[in-house]
Design a protein around this ligand. Structure first.
Ligand code: DGP
Length: 113
């Protein structure tokens, strides 16, 4: 999608530190990491957020979660990790392309909100 930051990253028009890629997903390091591992998993097809996930085919949606698991393995997060997807204004989403934060590498805080 034109003018979407993450679409430009997926296309390689904006550089990123790629961690994983498959047919349906792309994963790269967050520019402002909040944990030793902080990777963003995105579907290659543009949808704005979880609120629009019914615009994605089920295979791609499932591929996003499987990519999160793959990233956890590649990053050696054997002691656990967290997957977060911020949605909309109250969810503090800042980039309107569906993405899953994969966070780990240390004991994370109890707080979810
Ligand atoms: P969210 O606030 O949930 O929409 O998360 C968006 C994340 O995207 C945020 O943690 C910072 C990250 N981010 C923003 N711009 C860039 C960028 O140009 N490159 C990379 N790698 N990450 C970015």
């Amino acid at each position: 999608m034109e003018n979407c930051l993450f679409c430009k990253i997926i296309a390689g028009d904006i550089p990123s530190a790629k961690v994983y890629e498959d047919e349906n997903t792309f994963a790269f390091r967050d520019i402002a990491p909040q944990a030793p591992t902080h990777v963003l998993v995105v579907p290659k097809k543009h949808v704005s957020s979880v609120a629009a996930c019914d615009e994605l085919d089920d295979q791609t949606l499932a591929a996003c979660l499987k990519a999160c698991k793959k990233v956890s393995e590649l990053e050696g997060l054997t002691n656990g990790f967290r997957v977060v997807s911020n949605c909309g204004e109250d969810g503090c989403q800042s980039v309107p392309h569906l993405h899953f934060h994969v966070l780990g590498g240390r004991k994370l805080t109890d707080s979810m909100a």
